[in-house]
Ligand binder design. Structure first.
Ligand SMILES: Cc1cc2nc3c(=O)[nH]c(=O)nc-3n(C[C@H](O)[C@H](O)[C@H](O)COP(=O)(O)OP(=O)(O)OC[C@H]3O[C@@H](n4cnc5c(N)ncnc54)[C@H](O)[C@@H]3O)c2cc1C
Length: 410
């Protein structure tokens, strides 16, 4: 019952890239992901943390620079499918580290798509020409009092009226930023740069926002304690505070007129990405359970020979194959649509995110049960997979809220 790739015609170039990503995932990310998972948040974010070494190696190999123009230092992937194959492998290695690597390019990727040539010189070229992983981005949208609220703003009926906790006020040729983002900002404690959602009209609805890019070493920026949490612990998270932080007008990449349509595209791309990451995690859980079921003997034979164990493995296998088909299709469709300038389909990305993260959670739960008591022990990675899978049902929008958002598009 080995899972297979239904894309039977993967090119040799795609297969080579997938193999290179798998090697890095297996030899570096899986052991490092487990080690960082067991660190305190302070240890994980300390300057000598293994996390930085993984980010350095990922950058050296180009896994954080895929798709950007080569003349800027980007690494070309031959097809959108190759990008999916690589990301699934990285997530197979470690959900948390795959997230940290993917998010590290957020500010540069969006600045490349939306910024002026000045912005490209200030934020994009430095990131893509950096090969030591020392430039780290994040996407800061969630606020302590506004989680789900911040995501459905592209739907007029879901954009509520609220003050918002990070206000950008025009002051001459600059914006002054005041407020904070919540402890859930992935890479928040270690990021050097941010793509930051702000509220432009303090008294308007939450769709009266903007998106800016900025370095996080400006006067007035500070961080909270790194968050101690349940899953994806290798992707560190924490609050970012802004007190009279002054940025030039040109850093505001999206104003309130473009904000809602921008968020539609942004969530489409990010939810599609989470679907792929969840598929890698689902595969890691399935493979671990299959391997264990072949080794563990109970009732006088390997437990895989018991009908109830086989039935559970078959359920996991079915979910995994479906996850891969859906997540790959959606990622390629919406990624290609965006590049061609045709409308992306948010509801498909939401469907992929919900289906793949819920399936990863079911697979990880069954994986722990197949391990019996051992499944609850830190000696087996399936315990971490289950915590990671639970977390992914909330990342990038909690699944019940996203269901409501997706359903409102029908
Ligand atoms: C692993 C992980 C990574 C993350 N990474 C980032 C990141 O990089 N950057 C960032 O900014 N944020 C990040 N987040 C935050 C994440 O986007 C939010 O946690 C998520 O949007 C939910 O917001 P909340 O936690 O405030 O929950 P709430 O919005 O308070 O939701 C609580 C419950 O109420 C329900 N609910 C809320 N609103 C409605 C409604 N209108 N109708 C019906 N039900 C509703 C929800 O479905 C949920 O069950 C991350 C979170 C996790 C877990």
């Amino acid at each position: 019952m080995d899972h297979i790739d239904y894309d039977i015609d993967l090119t040799s170039e795609e297969l080579d890239l997938k193999a290179a990503a798998h090697k890095f995932a297996k030899e570096v990310m899986r052991p490092a992901g487990i080690e960082i998972d067991r660190m305190t948040p302070e240890e994980a974010t300390a300057p000598d943390s293994l996390l930085f070494e993984v980010l350095r190696q990922a950058s050296e190999l180009g896994f954080n620079r895929m798709g950007a123009p080569e003349e800027m230092g980007g690494v070309q992937v031959p097809t959108p499918r190759a990008a999916v194959l690589i990301n699934e492998e990285l997530a197979w290695g470690s959900t948390g580290l795959a997230g940290a690597i993917a998010l590290s390019s957020t500010h540069a990727t969006i600045a490349l798509a939306l910024g002026s040539s000045e912005i490209v010189d200030e934020f994009v070229r430095p990131f893509f020409s950096c090969t030591d992983g020392s430039i780290i981005g994040c996407w800061a949208v969630t606020e302590p009092d506004h989680g789900s609220d911040t995501l459905g703003v592209m739907q007029a009926d879901m954009a509520v009226k609220a003050r918002g906790q990070l206000i950008a006020r025009l002051d001459g040729d600059d914006y002054l930023l005041n407020g904070q983002k919540s402890a859930w900002i992935s890479n928040g404690p270690i990021a050097t740069h941010a793509l930051l959602n702000v509220k432009l009209d303090p008294d308007g609805k939450l769709d009266q926002g903007g998106i800016c890019v900025l370095p996080l070493d400006l006067p007035g920026v500070s961080r909270g304690k790194p968050l101690s949490k349940h899953g994806v612990r290798a992707m560190t998270q924490g609050e970012i505070f802004f007190e009279d932080v002054r940025i030039p007008k040109r850093f505001m990449l999206v104003d309130q007129n473009a904000f809602a349509p921008y968020m539609d595209i942004h969530l489409s791309l990010f939810n599609a990405g989470v679907g792929v990451i969840a598929t890698g995690l689902a595969r890691a859980s399935y493979e671990a359970a299959l391997e264990y079921a072949k080794q563990r003997v109970q009732g006088g034979k390997p437990i895989i020979e018991h009908q109830s164990v086989r039935a559970r493995l078959f359920r996991m296998f079915t979910l995994l194959q479906t996850c891969r088909t859906l997540s790959r299709g959606v990622f390629i469709y919406n990624g290609t649509a965006m590049k061609r300038g045709v409308p992306v389909k948010l509801e498909h990305s939401i469907a992929s995110k919900i289906y793949c993260t819920n399936s990863a959670l079911e697979i990880a739960t069954l994986g722990v049960q197949i391990h019996g008591g051992n499944g609850l022990s830190e000696d087996y990675a399936c315990e971490m997979f289950l915590r990671d899978a639970t977390s992914m049902t909330i990342a990038d929008g909690e699944n019940a809220y996203l269901t409501q958002l997706g359903a409102s598009r029908l």
